[in-house]
Design a protein around this ligand. Sequence first.
Ligand code: AMP
Ligand code: GLY
Length: 417
Amino acid sequence: MAKVLVVGGGGREHAIVDALSRSAKVTKIYCAPGNAGIGLQAENVAIKDTDVDGLLAFAKGNAIDLTVVGPEAALAVGIVDAFRGAGLKIFGHTKAATRIESSKEFAKELMFKYDIPTSGYRSFTDYTEALEYVKARPFPAVLKYDGLAAGKGVVIAATLEEADAALKDMLLDCSFGQGKVVVEDFLTGPEFSFMCFVDGGRVYPMPLAQDHKRAYDGDEGPNTGGMGAYTNLPFISEEDRKFAFDNILCRTAEAMVAEGCPLSGVLYGGLMKTPQGIKVIEFNARFGDPETEVVLPSLESDIYDIFEGVASGKAVAQPAWNDNVTLGVVLASKGYPGKYEKGCVIEGLENVEGRIFHMGTAIRDGVTVTNGGRVMMVVCGGSDVADARGKVYREVEKIHCDNLFYRHDIAHCALDE
Ligand code: AMP
Ligand code: GLY
């Protein structure tokens, strides 16, 4: 019987807590810092996700058997190294292994060294050299800041003026800190997310999912943290999936072992099916958000066994997944990803059938109110994509709030719209 601490407080962590609450082995779940929705299924603890000392003291003081880390920021500051150093069991990668996400250059060098398919690139620290290189190449130019930049470190510049402004921002003004820029070849094709549980060379695949990064219908508007996701992607064949599993996910796991920084957590491949084959756009060292909210509801195995096995370095049974298609729509505050109001009352949640994963909510005088850009995600399962989508949008209509918007076309790629 186990006590588990989940680190983080978004929709992804709500989905992790939800999956853990179905475990026969888990008796108590804490979540730091958690959120209003998570608080209905776990005990929220007011400690920031990057406060490693605070989290370590809490885990020791409360005899936590296993800690599960959601966000990359906590991994990148070395929470796993600190917990392991103190003899505590934790699911997540070491700081050295997290470089697969936290450094674009590290990831690119690894992919080239081990023949993992990705776009060509060069990295620069000097603004003038970077600009000369970009000038001599076709547009659009893909510019990536070499470090964690809260999803804002990638610029796809259509013109030289845009590229110049981005390079100035990243290399002269150092908006994200002192750094390097990776300039990549521009690829085209549908994108998809392939997440696996990884323990050294052991790789356990999850169902594929697709995110929707733009704010508005028709993939228009600014980039966001993700406005909806679904599983079962008809444009990715079993052959494609197997190619990606063998040549990208497994090869990367083996490469990290060979480099002396084995993975032990989730490896997220952000992949693109280009006319030249499947290639890596980015790696993340953690569960994707909002992909986790549609993937974990299909898990039939006990998630505690998987987390505990990976955290202990012992082999686990292949996770079992049901065949349901799962689809989720994010309700976001009007104005997001720009400025938005907080504290707007949300009504009708009690009428919703399906799962509601909270992202940015709070309870005020017993009433649920908005408290973030992405506010919540409504998730339903169905027999196919159209069925799941019909259900989700019927449920979303039951939620009333003056200050929320959502996309109406989640899964349009799967439905040929
Ligand atoms: P990233 O944070 O690296 O996933 O980049 C954010 C988004 O930029 C991706 O989801 C893609 O839509 C786009 N992108 C990144 N790299 C490339 C590339 N090499 N070619 C085309 N689009 C890209
Ligand atoms: N859904 C994209 C991410 O988690 O980074």
